[in-house]
Design a protein around this ligand. Sequence first.
Ligand SMILES: [Zn+2]
Length: 289
Amino acid sequence: MQDFLLLHDVKLREYSFFFAWSLVLLWESALPAKVLFDSLALRWSRNILLSVFGILLNRLLFPLSAIHLAIKAAQNDWGVLNLVALPAWLHLLIALLALDAVAYLLHALLHRVPILWRIHAVHHCDKDFDCTTGLRFHPIESVIAMSARLAIIVTLGIPVIAVVIYELWAIAAAFYTHANAQIFPLAERKIRALLVTPEMHRIHHSALAGESMTNYGVVFSIWDRLFRTYRDRSAMNTEEMPIGLPWFNNYPSMGIMRLFILPLLSAPFREQAEEQTAQVDKQPIFPPS
Ligand SMILES: [Zn+2]
């Protein structure tokens, strides 16, 4: 099994990537949730290019993939989970939850730590929300996410099978949670009890005040409920809800070069900070009880 994974690690991730992307594309064309208004060709080419740069940078910086590192950790008994005797199923469950909890925590930090927010804003300044938004990350964010995943694999001793499941699942979830597609409401409610749905994650991309500071979950929806960052609905319905970051709308030419240097720009982040301060000032000091 380990030999197979060492040989076919990249292929497995590529299959998951293109299989999930194709399925979500079919779903989006059959049951679209919202009319897109930005240029599809421009958005897609930028989002795909950002993803390609992120993948290449990770390959350059990390000679061992997450799966390879998990195999090395298992061979050397690295990590806390390898110090305690646990049934295999419990080991797997704890590992999957830990990987997803770290992804949730990192996402919350990307929003709450100013310097990280500058990097994550590249993902959020997309004016539309579709499967390619799941590819739109600044390459530095891809490196930060990979570093966090590798660190947790080594320190906890995440079993190889958990890393394989989570890696493939997270690739599919990037497309699925950003799908501009509908799920029938009754089914959506049931799925949302455990997993993040596009409806839930779309609220996280809302341009309405405060909504993007909710629903940070990546795969499981439990963390948002547990840490009280869960938001059930947007203040507007799906069709009317604005997407993106209003402070960036004054900068119409968000070409690929500008997206790369976006974390270094001052003006849009200053506008954002000013607007948020103004919003806080508008709040009554003594809210009506
Ligand atoms: Zn976010």
